[in-house]
Design a binder for this molecule. Structure first.
Ligand code: SAM
Length: 281
């Protein structure tokens, strides 16, 4: 146990693991290099709480020891621990039909092209509510040959997404959509819903880091959903990701971004087409 003085009110708190300012800066650098995530100084308590769980599980005594081990490790064990480190530090908040106007716009955009073999990508898929919302909209629009790639850097949330099981009172689902796209659990599974197989079949789940230096994702996409992830990136990183997305989208393809993300200064790549909806130049 170590005691630290919190400067703002001089309250003494007891911490299970030693966590210095230098340790925090090291975490900031490592997660930035690996995932592009910029953690500002106000995130120190969050980092302590998220990573201390991992220190406990891996039997480490201090952040310095844990980070030394992480940076020294090699081979498969290193990959596993780096993934755990990333999984601890991502923020995965999401819900079905979050920012509903995007799904109204998607349904509208699908009308003239629903019969074409469309390819869409949702690249911060988190626990799956967003890709399933896209897949439901595709089905409801009659886009029966459309396919969706759903990716995230975090393997733990992707496993949840792939399972496709949610609380029956999950936010954002109408009774009509619940009946059409989900199975209701019975007995031990009461209180849960599972995505119907015909909806799950639309989606391929895969791990993908938006910081990957080169992107090989197959045929160009008709639409890309990149929502509420760029807020964690600095301006230079956002620009790099936008250039990559530009490279994998078809000309005039649509890019959907989060409510607080604004890329109007990337006019050479995208034109604003609606509320947080861009068209590839
Ligand atoms: C706040 S959630 C957004 C979920 C969903 N897109 C939405 O808008 O509801 C952000 C997601 O971005 C993912 N993420 C963070 N950094 C990433 C990176 N470098 N590459 C891919 N995904 C990343 C996180 O794991 C997390 O699941």
């Amino acid at each position: 146990m170590t005691s630290v003085l919190v400067p703002s009110d001089s309250l003494e708190i007891t911490q299970e693991f030693a966590f210095s300012g230098a340790d925090f800066q090291r975490v900031q650098r490592l997660i930035y290099d690996r995932a592009g995530i910029s953690l500002h100084d106000g995130k120190r308590a969050m980092v302590y709480s998220r990573l201390s769980r991992r220190l406990r599980e891996s039997g480490q005594r201090s952040f310095a020891d844990y980070l030394d081990g992480l940076e020294r490790a090699s081979g498969a064990a290193a990959e596993t621990e780096w993934q755990e480190f990333v999984n601890c530090l991502t923020t995965n908040l999401t819900s079905f039909f979050r920012e509903e106007h995007h799904f109204v716009a998607l349904a509208e955009a699908l009308k003239p092209i629903a019969s074409q073999p469309l390819r869409l990508w949702c690249n911060a898929a988190s626990t799956g509510e967003e890709p399933y919302s896209i897949a439901m909209t595709l089905q409801e629009a009659g886009a029966s040959t459309a396919r969706l790639l759903a990716t995230d850097i975090d393997t733990k949330v992707l496993a949840t997404a792939q399972r496709g099981v949610y609380a029956a009172d999950a936010r954002g689902l109408t009774p009509q959509r619940l009946a059409r796209h989900f199975l209701r659990g019975k007995g031990d599974n009461a209180g849960f819903i599972r995505v119907k197989p015909e909806l799950a079949r639309v989606i391929e789940f895969r791990t993908f880091n938006l910081m990957a230096p080169s992107w090989s994702l197959g045929e160009p996409f008709d639409m890309v959903f990149c929502r509420n992830v760029m807020i964690y990136f600095d301006h230079a990183t956002q620009r790099r990701v936008l250039e990559h997305i530009h490279g994998v989208l078809k000309p005039r393809g649509l890019l959907f971004v989060g409510h607080s993300e604004n890329f109007t200064d990337a006019r050479d790549l995208f034109h604003l087409r609606g509320k947080t909806i861009y068209e590839r130049a």
